[in-house]
Design a protein around this ligand. Structure first.
Ligand SMILES: Nc1ncnc2c1ncn2[C@@H]1O[C@H](COP(=O)(O)OP(=O)(O)O)[C@@H](O)[C@H]1O
Ligand SMILES: [Mg+2]
Length: 244
């Protein structure tokens, strides 16, 4: 099982919110060890796709496989334990808790660790995210870059096999963004499989191997990142989005 070349796959995924259809039969494959980028105009369904893959949103139709196994029946907590972690577009720390305690909760609930093992996992995640010096700070006092780092640390503390990053670069200054890109690139070099939704293309292109472009709930194009960005359908989707 462990050598299955496709780690995470969604097949023919459909999602409705009541009468509103948001995903129209999306196929996506994440290969073991790769960094896959996802771009697309606002409202394309990118975050919804993450929700369906991670189990926070039930798919209306279609299937999700992880390491070759159909995980459609697993809820978000079970998928997290299996190794699927995500960050959220808007960071959601427990503001009243310290940075370390936030990450500890993730290690306990997401990785199922207790006591010293949870603490070691949390401290490791803080190191990887560059937050170790701020471990005792209340999360509420963090600036935006450090909140993004905390979001990353909480995901890492669940010991993911695949990490889904949802616009983690949004709202940062250029200098901050470069620091975040360096962190993500290091995770990539450490062998973590990544899927990264990001509007800031130049950041994405520093890390990813392959790119998927979504528009209006479908995959428009996928493949080598520069070729995808040059695809006339992708260019048209972006021009359409810019006018909106
Ligand atoms: N929980 C929800 N209930 C109803 N509509 C939603 C919900 N989540 C997202 N949508 C709608 O689904 C569409 C796709 O949203 P989203 O997946 O967030 O797109 P993206 O991340 O690509 O910007 C949008 O039209 C959005 O308003
Ligand atoms: Mg989104």
């Amino acid at each position: 099982m462990d050598d299955h070349p496709v780690l995470l796959a969604g097949h023919d995924l459909v999602k409705h919110f009541g009468p509103l259809q948001v995903l129209f039969g999306v196929d996506v494959q994440v290969r073991r060890g790769e960094a896959l980028g996802i771009v697309g105009p606002n409202g394309a369904g990118k975050t919804t796709l993450f929700g369906v893959l991670a189990g926070t949103l039930p798919a209306s139709a279609g299937s999700v496989h992880f390491e070759g196994r159909d995980i459609g029946a697993l809820d978000a907590a079970q998928r997290c334990r299996a190794g699927i972690a995500r960050t959220h577009q808007v960071p959601r720390p427990f503001l009243g808790m310290s940075v370390l305690d936030n990450v500890l909760v993730a290690a306990q609930h997401g990785a199922g660790r207790r006591g010293g093992a949870a603490l070691a996992l949390a401290r490791g995640a803080l190191e990887k995210s560059g937050l170790a010096p701020l471990a005792t700070r209340p999360a509420a006092t963090l600036g935006l870059l450090d909140r993004k780092r905390l979001e990353l640390a909480r995901a890492l503390a669940t010991q993911p096999r695949v990490l889904l990053l949802d616009e983690i670069g949004g709202g940062l200054t250029e200098a901050e963004l470069l620091q975040l890109v360096a962190l993500v690139a290091q995770l990539r070099r450490d062998g973590l499989t990544l899927v990264w939704i990001e509007h800031v293309l130049h950041a994405l292109l520093k890390v990813i191997d392959r790119l998927v472009c979504m528009d209006a709930g479908s995959v428009l194009a996928e493949g080598e990142p520069h070729a995808v960005m040059a695809d006339p359908r992708v260019v048209a989707a972006y021009l359409g989005g810019a006018a909106a």
